[in-house]
Design a protein around this ligand. Structure first.
Ligand code: PLP
Length: 829
C-alpha cells in the first residue's frame, strides 16, 4: 500500500524530465495512444501526445501529494465553484514543471513546430469571465503555495459559447471542447454519487425508536468524477480539480429497463445527462431557470458526499469534519451546500441539529462577487420546494432559529427581521441565496477593499450590524505564471535577467528589484521593443482573423472583458466618435495615432450588450475605411475573447480601459493582467483599480470619473442625463452622430435604443463621466508622445504589481479565513 509509484523502467521513461526521455515518451504516446507515426501525425495528434507526455509527469507527484495529504490529515481547502475558466493547460503545466526549455528543444529535435502544437489546444471554457477565471487562478496558487486543496465544479459538455462576428453582430456557436477528447482529465468511473430531486420529505422511526426525517426523492441521477491534476509552480505539490458529470443510474440502462417503456427510458436517461450538459452563459442577471438550480444542487451534493466519504474512510467519524475541511463558496451558486451538508449530517449520518449546525458553520466560508441588485440570486419558494422539499424544510428551520437570534439582538425591529430573513416575502416568496450562505458561513468576504466596504454598508448591512466579526476583505489576484510567464515570455526573460533571479515568479513582490532600473534608457528600449513585438504578433493574428492588421507603432488602447452596460464600453465608443469628429473638423490635428481594440462576449439574451458589439463594429467599418481619419484612428473587435485570446492581448496593450461606473465592478482582474504586462490604466475609482493606483503611484495611472460616494449622491438627488446631453456640446455631437445613421448606412433606428437609453435613463451614468474621460484621454495622448516618460510609467506599473498575485490572495485566505498551512510534497524520501 505504502510503496511509492514506481517508474516503469530504469530510465524513467514516463517520469524523467530529460530531453531524451521526453522524446521517447512523446513518440511512445503518439504511437500507442494515437496510433500514428510522426510522419503522418496531425497537429491534434502531436498536441495530444505532448499533453499525455506532460500529464504522465504530473501523476507521480499527484499520487505523492494525495498520499501525504491523507496521512497527515492536513486541513484541505475545498473550493466550490460553478465555474473554472482554466485556459489552455499544456504550456502552464510545462512552466510549473520547469520543462519549457527542454520540451522546446526536444520538439525541435523531432522537427516539430512547438508554437503550432500549443496553438492546437482548445481551452475548456467552463466559465463566463472573471469569476471562473479567479477560481482557476486560485487553483494554480493553492498548488504553488503548497496548500492541500480540491476544486469542485461541473464538467459541462458545452462550455461558454464561441463567438463569431457576422455583419458586425455577435453570433453564438456551440462550444465543442470535448470533440477531440480531453487529455488532462482522468475519469473515475467508481467515484459515483447519487443525487436526488423532487419527491417528498417524511417522518419515520428508526431502529432505536428515534423519530427522524428523510427525503424520498422522485428522481435520482448519478454524478461521476473527472479529475484534472493541478501542478504547483516549482514545487512537487499537485492538487486536484474534480468536476462532476451527470448520468442516469444503472437502473435506467436499457438492458435492465422495462422494455415496454423503451422511449421512457431514453427520455429519463437524456434528462439525467442534461444537468451537466451546458454552462449558463450569463454571468450577471439570474434567469431563474430550473435547470440551473439543478446544476447547483447536483455539484454541491456530489462534492459534499465525496468529502464525507474521504473523512469517514480516514477518521471513521464526521465529528471533526470541520477540522478536515475548509469549504469556500465562490459566490452564491454553491450556497445549497449549507442546507445539503445539514441534511447529510442529520438525515444520512444521524447527527443532532446543534452539532450538525456547528460543523457546517465552522466549515463554510462565503465570497460575495457582486453588488448589482439584479444579480443577487434568489429562487422562487415554489420551485425550490418542488426540486428540494427536504432542503426547504431545513432552510425554514435555519431561518426560524436565525430570526429568533435576530429578535433577541434587535428588540422590536420586525422590519429588520424581514430584511434579514432567508425568505423574501415581497411579491412571490423567494429564497435569498446570499442570506443562506451568510448565515451558514464562518466568514464572508468581498473581493477588493472598496467592494468589501460597500458590502457592509449596502447589500449585507444588516448582517454586518449583527456579526461584524464575520466580514473580511480578500483582494483578488491573478497568477503570474499564466499572465506573465506563459503570455509574455520575452518580458519574463527580461525581468529574470535584470533581477538576476526568477524568484519573482513565485514571489511577485520581488518585481520591486526592477524598480531602480525604471529610468535606465537601455532597459526602457528593450522594454519598448518587447511591447512592440507583442503588438506585432497580435497585429498579425488580428490580420488573419479580421482582415486588418493594425500598425504596431500606434498606441494600442484595449478594452477586453464581458460586454455589459456597467463596464461602459459605450463610454469608450463616445470618445472614439468624438475623436472622429475632431479629425473631420480639423484634418491637421495633432493626435497620437491609436488603435482601439475591443474584445468580449455578450450574454445571448442581453439585447443592449449585443447592440454595443454591433456599434463597435459599425464605427470601425466607417473609421477604418475613411483615409481622412484612419491615419489617426483604427477600431477593431477581436472575436471570441477567452483565456487563450486574452493572453494575446494583455502583453500587447499600451492602455488598459477599466472604466466601470464606480461601485459596480467588485474587483476586476483584467485590470491586474494588463498592468502586470506594462499597460497603463485609464480607470475609475472602482474595485481593485483603487488599490492598483495606490500601488503603482497616482502619477502612473490615468484616473477619471465620479467616486462611488459621488455616484450614490447623484443617485439620491436624481440623475438627469438629459442635462448633460443639453449642456455638453461635445457629448451631444457624438451622440447625435450615432443617431444620424452615419454608422448604420443611414438607418436612424438601429442604434436608437442605445442613444435614447443614454439620453433619458443612462443607468450607468456614462454621460456624467464623459467630459472627464475625454480630458484624461487627452493626457494619455500627450504622455505617449514622450517615450522615456511613458516607458518609465510602464515599467513601474509592472514592478509594483506584487500585491496582485493570486499567491497573495491565497495567503490572505489561508491566514485570515481558512487557518490552513502549507504542506510541502517531496518526490525523494
Ligand atoms: C480576466 C478575464 C476576465 C475578467 O476581466 P475583467 O476585466 O476583470 O472583467 C474575463 N474573461 C476572461 C477570459 C479573462 O481572462
Amino acid at each position: 500500500m505504502n510503496t511509492p509509484a514506481k517508474p516503469l523502467d530504469d530510465e524513467h521513461t514516463r517520469t524523467s524530465l530529460s530531453k531524451d526521455a521526453l522524446n521517447r515518451a512523446f513518440l511512445d504516446n503518439l504511437f500507442y495512444l494515437r496510433g500514428r507515426f510522426l510522419e503522418v501525425a496531425t497537429d491534434d495528434d502531436l498536441y495530444q501526445a505532448a499533453a499525455y507526455t506532460v500529464r504522465d509527469r504530473l501523476l507521480e507527484r499527484w499520487i505523492r501529494s494525495s498520499r501525504l495529504y491523507k496521512e497527515s490529515s492536513a486541513r484541505t481547502v475545498c473550493y466550490l465553484s460553478a465555474e473554472f475558466l482554466l485556459g489552455p493547460q499544456l504550456m502552464n503545466n510545462m512552466i510549473n514543471l520547469g520543462i519549457t526549455e527542454v520540451a522546446r528543444e526536444a520538439g525541435e529535435m523531432l522537427g516539430m513546430d512547438f508554437e503550432r502544437i500549443l496553438e492546437t489546444e482548445e481551452e475548456p471554457g467552463l466559465g463566463n469571465g472573471g469569476l471562473g477565471r479567479l477560481a482557476a487562478c486560485y487553483m494554480d496558487s493553492l498548488a504553488t503555495t503548497q496548500i492541500p486543496a480540491i476544486g469542485y465544479g461541473i464538467r459541462y459538455e458545452f462550455g461558454i459559447f464561441d463567438q463569431v462576428i457576422i455583419d458586425g453582430w455577435q453570433v453564438e456557436k456551440g462550444d465543442t471542447w470535448l470533440r477531440n477528447g480531453n487529455p488532462w482529465e482522468i475519469l473515475r468511473p467508481k467515484l459515483v454519487f447519487p443525487v436526488g430531486f423532487g419527491g417528498h420529505s417524511e417522518q419515520y422511526t428508526d431502529e432505536h425508536g428515534v423519530v427522524r426525517q428523510r427525503w424520498r426523492p422522485e428522481l435520482v441521477v448519478n454524478g461521476v468524477a473527472y479529475d484534472t491534476p493541478i501542478m504547483g509552480y516549482g514545487v512537487d505539490n499537485v492538487n486536484l480539480l474534480r468536476l462532476w458529470r451527470s448520468e442516469a443510474p444503472e437502473s435506467f440502462n436499457f438492458g435492465a429497463f422495462n422494455v415496454g417503456d423503451y422511449y421512457g427510458a431514453v427520455h429519463a436517461k437524456i434528462e439525467a445527462e442534461t444537468i451537466s450538459k451546458v454552462l449558463y452563459p450569463n454571468d450577471e442577471p439570474e434567469a431563474g431557470k430550473e435547470l440551473r438550480l439543478k446544476q447547483q444542487f447536483f455539484f454541491v451534493s456530489c462534492s459534499l458526499q465525496d468529502m464525507i466519504r474521504l473523512e469517514l474512510a480516514n477518521a471513521g467519524t464526521l465529528e471533526r469534519f470541520h477540522h478536515k475541511y475548509a469549504i469556500q463558496l465562490n459566490d452564491t451558486h454553491p450556497s445549497l451546500a449549507i442546507a445539503e451538508l445539514m441534511r447529510l449530517l442529520m438525515d444520512e449520518h444521524r447527527m443532532q441539529w446543534d452539532q450538525a449546525w456547528a460543523i457546517t458553520r465552522e466549515s463554510c466560508h462565503f465570497t460575495n462577487h457582486t453588488l448589482l441588485p439584479e444579480a443577487l440570486e434568489t429562487w422562487p419558494v415554489e420551485l425550490f420546494e418542488r426540486l428540494l422539499p427536504r432542503h426547504l424544510e431545513i432552510v425554514y428551520e435555519i431561518n426560524r432559529r436565525f430570526l429568533d437570534e435576530v429578535r433577541v439582538h434587535f428588540l422590536n425591529d420586525e422590519a429588520r427581521v424581514a430584511r434579514l430573513s432567508l425568505i423574501d416575502e415581497a411579491g412571490g416568496r423567494k429564497v435569498r441565496m446570499a442570506h443562506l450562505a451568510a448565515v451558514g458561513s464562518k466568514a464572508i468576504n468581498g473581493v477588493a477593499e472598496l467592494h468589501s466596504e460597500l458590502l457592509k454598508t449596502t447589500v449585507m448591512k444588516d448582517f454586518n450590524d449583527l456579526w461584524p466579526e464575520r466580514f473580511h476583505n480578500v483582494t483578488n489576484g491573478v497568477t503570474p505564471r499564466r499572465f506573465i510567464v506563459a503570455s509574455n515570455p520575452e518580458l519574463a526573460a527580461l525581468i529574470t535577467e535584470t533581477c538576476a533571479t526568477d524568484q519573482w515568479v513565485r514571489d511577485l513582490h520581488c518585481l520591486s528589484q526592477l524598480e531602480p532600473h525604471a529610468e535606465d534608457h537601455a532597459l526602457q528600449q528593450r522594454w519598448r521593443a518587447i511591447k512592440t513585438n507583442a503588438k506585432r504578433k497580435l497585429s498579425n493574428w488580428l490580420g488573419e482573423r479580421t482582415g486588418f492588421a493594425p500598425d504596431p507603432e500606434t498606441l494600442f488602447d484595449v478594452q477586453a472583458k464581458r460586454i455589459h452596460e456597467y463596464k461602459r464600453q459605450h463610454l469608450n465608443l463616445l470618445h472614439i466618435v468624438w475623436l472622429y469628429e475632431q479629425i473631420k473638423q480639423n484634418p491637421n490635428i495633432d493626435l497620437t495615432p491609436r488603435t482601439f481594440i475591443f474584445g468580449g462576449k455578450a450574454a445571448p439574451g442581453y439585447f443592449m450588450a449585443k447592440l454595443i458589439i454591433k456599434l463597435i463594429n459599425a464605427i470601425g467599418e466607417v473609421i477604418n475605411t475613411d483615409p481622412q481619419v484612419n491615419g489617426y484612428l483604427r477600431v477593431l473587435f477581436m472575436p471570441d475573447f477567452n483565456v487563450k485570446n486574452g493572453q494575446r492581448l494583455y502583453p500587447a496593450a499600451d492602455l488598459s480601459e477599466q472604466i466601470s461606473l464606480a461601485g459596480k465592478e467588485a474587483s476586476g482582474t483584467g485590470n491586474m493582467k494588463f498592468s502586470m504586462n506594462g499597460a497603463l490604466t485609464m480607470g475609475t475609482l472602482d474595485g481593485a483599480n483603487i488599490e492598483i493606483r495606490d500601488e503603482v503611484g497616482h502619477e502612473n495611472f490615468f484616473l477619471f470619473g465620479m467616486t462611488a460616494a459621488e455616484v450614490q449622491h447623484r443617485q439620491i438627488t436624481g440623475y438627469q442625463p438629459w442635462e448633460f446631453y443639453q449642456h455638453d456640446e461635445q457629448l451631444r455631437a457624438a451622440i447625435d452622430l450615432i443617431s444620424s445613421g452615419l454608422f448604420s448606412h443611414g438607418d436612424t433606428e438601429l442604434f436608437r435604443p442605445l442613444t435614447e437609453n443614454l439620453i433619458h435613463h443612462d443607468p450607468f451614468m456614462v454621460l456624467a463621466d464623459f467630459d472627464d474621460y475625454r480630458e484624461r484621454q487627452r493626457e494619455v495622448d500627450h504622455a505617449y508622445k514622450d517615450p522615456h516618460h511613458w516607458d518609465r510609467m510602464s515599467i513601474l506599473n509592472t514592478t509594483r504589481m506584487g500585491k496582485f498575485s493570486s499567491d497573495r490572495s491565497i495567503n490572505d485566505y489561508a491566514e485570515r479565513i481558512w487557518q490552513v498551512k502549507p504542506m510541502p510534497v517531496t518526490l525523494q524520501a
